[in-house]
Design a protein around this ligand. Sequence first.
Ligand SMILES: [Ca+2]
Ligand SMILES: [Ca+2]
Length: 710
Amino acid sequence: MLGTCNLNNPYCWDQGIWHTSLSDIDMTSITSLPATSIALHNFAKTAKLLAIFAAYAASSQLCAQTYTPIGTTGYNHDVIANGIGNAASSTSHGLDELNYVLKSLDWKLTDASQAQTSGLPLDGLIVSNSSPQQSYQLQSYAANNSLRLSSDNPNGTLVLTDPSAYRALSILATSGSGTSSFSAVVHFSDDTQTTLPIQSVSDWFGGLNYVASGMGRVSRYNNSVENNHTNPRLYQINMDLLCSDHNKVISTIEFTRESGPGILNIFALSGTDKNAGLVGQSDLFTEQSITLHAPLKGGSWSSDTPTVAIVDNTGKVSGIAAGQATITYTSPCGTQHTHMVTVANTMPTTTALSSTSAAAVLASSITLTAVVTNSNSNSNSQGSVTFLSGADASTPVAGCTGRPIEQNQAECTVTLNTIGHHRYVAKFSSSNPAIANSSSSSIGVDVLPASFLVTVSPLPADAAAHGGSITCSPNPVNTFTHARCTANPEPGYMLGSWAGDCSHTPSSSNACTLSNVTADQTVSAQFIQVQTSFTGTTSPSDGTAAGTATASFSGGGSTCRFDAGNTAFVTAPQTLPQGQTMPHGMLDFKLIGCDTTPVTVTITWPDQVQGLTKWGKASADATSSSHFQPSNLLVNGRTTTFTVQDGQLGDDDWTINGEIVDPVGATVQAALPQAVPVPTLGHLTLALLSLFAAGLAALGLRKRSSPLSS
Ligand SMILES: [Ca+2]
Ligand SMILES: [Ca+2]
């Protein structure tokens, strides 16, 4: 029964005001209504009253309308204490029978008295909380400001200072010492008149439907003040005029106090102008509804474009799709009022914040961009974005509050003044005040120092002890730029490995690049000795004592070195080239890190030798190993010298891979029965040696029997 005002609900609660549509009242329902409902107080009265009510049936549903103050004269008493002095001195009569009066904020008993904390406003403007607002202008507090009607003096007339036509009237009133009721006769300038229905006014303490309260009161007898947060109260009584009277100019209104114990005080009059149209906002989103307020209730609503906006019979407009629609209200008097609404597509749902960079240098600027997304990508969002910063995102970014949204995005340029991680939030606010909520998005930005330090180890000063050093330049290195580091091995040393922030660089490169530096860097490296000599104990044949032998080489580039793990003096095979012995066994060596320049290998054996033979593939396409003489062989006493090259004859893998694999053994002529000298490794010898190739291969040459040393 109670609820929103509409044609089907005669008892409605609208913006704090109870209303009734008297035409539909079922007498049996009255007892269920609040006893304090203004319009019902004097309802169950007489058949005469019911007849009057019926005359107003079409237009008496008093939901919110636009009421503005009407200038009037004819007030007969001053019931508002004001200024300094006894309350009785600034008033002419008590508002009630107990001689209490209202007080203005500026009233005080003496100049030294404390100022009032409550009272009527100095400007006399009373604004109700209904929507749209209804406002009333009180009369001067220093003159008669109430049309005070009692049983002794029940009649009074207010004269309009600017006679005009109105569709509806509203009265600001209260009643002292109990409720009272009144009737009003409206006199028009054409000498016609109309009688408004009897209305009840609540006692100035405790009634419902008040539009102002808590101004306190003061006694005219003894100046005692009663301050109360909620009393006294002023009430508004709204009354529509007949359709036939809407264009008539009102000149006076004659009030008659009808009944009740109280004393009626009428303070002000407001009215709805005859030209008043629909009131309400014009912009809405598709998910949104707004309410339009008509100057008279009881009419019908329509939309000329229901595909854009629809309207129900209470004036509630709902957006359907983007576009414009004209809402038309046809009042009970047949007058049409129109109101154009613009519907924007779906209200923004997402704010996505991005930055030109997630990290930036101190004192530089970045641009934050907030993209406001609609569910409809073709629609532009309406509103603004405020950029905030701080751990709790509560600090507005200077110059970046309320940034307008253009093409669905808003921007903010931020100068970065503090090193560290900073959080920024973009908060969307709609330009439509009906949309209170907003979406937001955050982003983190790291503000970095202008440069970073590279810590280097070993430093050039420590090169001798570490086999090399590292230099990096520039150092410090500017943020977001790069530095280059160089490994500088000492003579006889080479880079073994990079470590720290250069560990991405292979040891084959002495140059390391530190790219896009955004933090302090640490760079270190290990240097290793380039081993160009190898000393070990031979694994001699039977009858020969073991001794110390040394191999060394030159050439092959700066990093060419013995692979100590794969280099050793080994025993000679049991079967040797005919007529030859290998008393000191063989040197099975491997060189690594070599380039393709010739390597000259010198081996000094424990005792004099006469020749040297290599064992391996004599050609790149050989399928088996054989003995052959190495290149440029020289034999001189204990020393043998020859040359070999990566990928060439003598390199047993026949591949240019930086490695040279080369087993060799020094030979001595065997003691032959004929004691015939055999040419050292001549053509005949080579031919004989080849006959033993298969057998030697089967015996193998890689049985190492002596410990390695270097
Ligand atoms: Ca006064
Ligand atoms: Ca090789």
